[in-house]
Design a binder for this molecule. Structure first.
Ligand code: SF4
Length: 372
């Protein structure tokens, strides 16, 4: 199984909290950049050994692409890669771009999964986030997509937000689970250094939730998702049974994928590689087939650490039998201690975090890391 990720680095507005790679002034070079992405697709055909099972348009804002642009990219993929007829094809779409015409075009193109950036159901919050949509637009977008036959819809939500109390968070989740969606990605707000949000926090204009409240909101999320019939298959991801994101699941299962576009990352089972995070430089360098990426070979310990970190985050847990070397005595003692604290359980050689353990996922993984 392998996947292709396409990074579309264009956005209408700069959301205050976002540190992804994107530009809001892209019209002058839009066509050239997309042509470079198609060239990159053409240059890397030998890198995927297995049929493509997932294609993911992420960003940035891929829903800013016209149907003609999306068609050209998909044609280039189909012309150069063996794509499974049952491939999961996801498009990240912002509510302001969703209308009947777009949805019909996306459907016709074979896009069979939408990931809609809702983020919150509070107008006041959307406002300081500098999002380009209103609450009602988000809800209408979901409804319209459902009416037009999209049966695999994911939405994004953020918690740990300034001013978000438990009652409002519960209300948000209850409303969201009544929308008939199949998948929810819910992330705790992080204040990234080079963002407008960081500036607002430094100036004391906004105050994110403290860790205690964040944890409480996370546990409420787990509880309400369970009650609504959603499975928490990764720390931040919840799905109706059988409808987890195949694309993201393959990242967590350490499967190979190709990342195309500025800032996109790739993994071939041994090497990680990342494209330059600059639109002009990317376009120019791909055009000359000259150094638009860097790469590193993972050492055995780095591979092991990633397997631990990613495996522990999933409901299937960390398959200890798949690690290249068994646990040391010290690591075994550490694992026993985590089990005694009620943070993890063992099932068929898999280490699985409990709900309480999920609050400490990164710390638990870090304790089991090996350094070169
Ligand atoms: S639309 Fe998405 S990628 Fe673009 S700035 Fe907002 S959060 Fe970031």
């Amino acid at each position: 199984m392998s996947g292709i990720y396409l990074h579309i680095p264009f956005c209408r507005k700069r959301c205050t909290y976002c540190d992804f790679h994107f530009s809001t002034t892209f019209e002058s070079y839009r066509a050239d950049l997309l042509a470079a992405m198609m060239q990159e697709l053409g240059l890397r055909t030998n890198e995927l050994k297995e049929p493509v099972q997932t294609i993911y348009f992420g960003g940035g804002t891929p829903s800013l692409l016209s149907p003609k642009e999306l068609t050209a990219i998909l044609q280039q993929i189909n012309a150069n890669y063996q794509v499974s007829t049952t491939a999961e094809i996801t498009l990240e779409a912002n509510p302001e771009d969703i209308n009947q015409e777009q949805l019909e075009a996306w459907k016709q193109l074979g896009i069979n999964r939408l990931s809609i950036g809702i983020q919150t159901l509070s107008s006041e919050t959307l406002n300081w986030m500098n999002r380009a949509h209103a609450v009602h637009e988000g809800l209408t977008a979901i409804q319209l997509a459902q009416q037009l036959g999209f049966s695999n819809i994911s939405i994004d939500l953020i918690y740990g937000l300034p001013g978000l109390d438990i009652a409002t968070w519960k209300e948000t989740l209850q409303k969201v689970f009544q929308l008939g969606i199949q998948h929810l990605s819910a992330y705790c707000l992080t204040v990234e250094p080079k963002t407008a949000l960081n500036h607002l926090v430094q100036k004391k204009k906004l105050q994110p939730a403290d860790e205690v409240l964040q944890n409480e909101q996370f546990l409420v999320l787990i509880d309400l998702a369970k009650q609504a019939g959603f499975e928490q298959y990764e720390i931040s991801n919840f799905a109706r049974p059988g409808l987890h994101s195949k694309h993201n699941s393959s990242y967590w299962a350490f499967k190979p994928y190709l990342g195309v576009g500025p800032s996109a990352h790739s993994f071939d089972g041994q090497k990680r590689r990342w494209n330059v995070r600059n639109n002009t430089q990317y376009t120019r360098s791909v055009g000359k087939n000259d150094n638009w990426f860097e790469w590193e070979n993972l050492t055995p310990n780095e591979r092991r650490n990633e397997q631990i970190l990613l495996g522990l985050r999933t409901k299937w847990g960390l398959n200890a039998a798949a690690l290249e070397a068994p646990w040391s005595q010290k690591e075994n003692a550490q694992i026993e201690e985590f089990a005694r604290l009620g943070w993890l359980t063992f099932e068929d050689q898999h280490l699985i975090l409990t709900d309480k353990g999920k609050l400490h996922a990164d710390g638990i993984a870090a304790e089991l890391f090996r350094v070169d």
